[in-house]
Design a protein around this ligand. Structure first.
Ligand SMILES: [Zn+2]
Length: 164
């Protein structure tokens, strides 16, 4: 994806207030991120481990989503699959919940998805990070990348979809 600046990311948040977007944690090492190998940028707040964020491109524009860990721990030891990149982990998948954008989110509505806990889906898909648990798949890396991009776009669409 195209490298994003801190300002672009802060301006791209769709499901938190402007004040929150101004204050939330953005990685300091944006310039060193492997943008060429990223389908989206995902990160966690080191000061608040239940908070996670992702920034992706949608129709050529940056879209960023604020996420929260559900806090449920009982599933952690089990083998689980990331719903974005379809990587299998043992204990490396979190249920992350995003408040919906706009009014629906203010009313407490949210959408959840299982994701790689470190949000490094792009690197798992490309074989640049390993989980130790490998599900055999006959897809090529290109196909997996396309699938991840489509899954991320689908998730972002759910967050931004305003109910009629
Ligand atoms: Zn993943």
């Amino acid at each position: 994806m195209k490298p994003l600046t801190e300002q672009e990311i802060r301006a791209a948040f769709v499901n938190c207030t402007k004040g929150e977007a101004k204050r939330l944690h953005i990685p300091r090492d944006l310039a060193e991120q492997p943008w060429d190998d990223l389908d989206f940028l995902g990160w966690r707040d080191p000061q608040a481990p239940d908070r996670a964020y992702l920034a992706a491109e949608s129709d050529g524009r940056a879209v960023a989503v604020a996420l929260r860990s559900s806090g449920a721990a009982s599933w952690q030891a089990r083998r689980s699959i990331c719903s974005l990149c379809v990587t299998t982990h043992t204990g490396g998948v979190s249920l992350l919940v995003a408040p919906l954008a706009g009014k629906a989110g203010k009313q407490g509505n949210s959408v959840g998805a299982y994701m790689c806990s470190d949000l490094a889906c792009s690197l798992y898909v490309r074989g640049k990070r390993e989980t130790g648990t490998r599900l055999h798949e006959s897809l090529t890396v290109e196909e997996k990348i396309r699938r991840t991009v489509a899954n991320v776009a689908g998730f972002v669409a759910k967050v931004t979809a305003s109910p009629a």
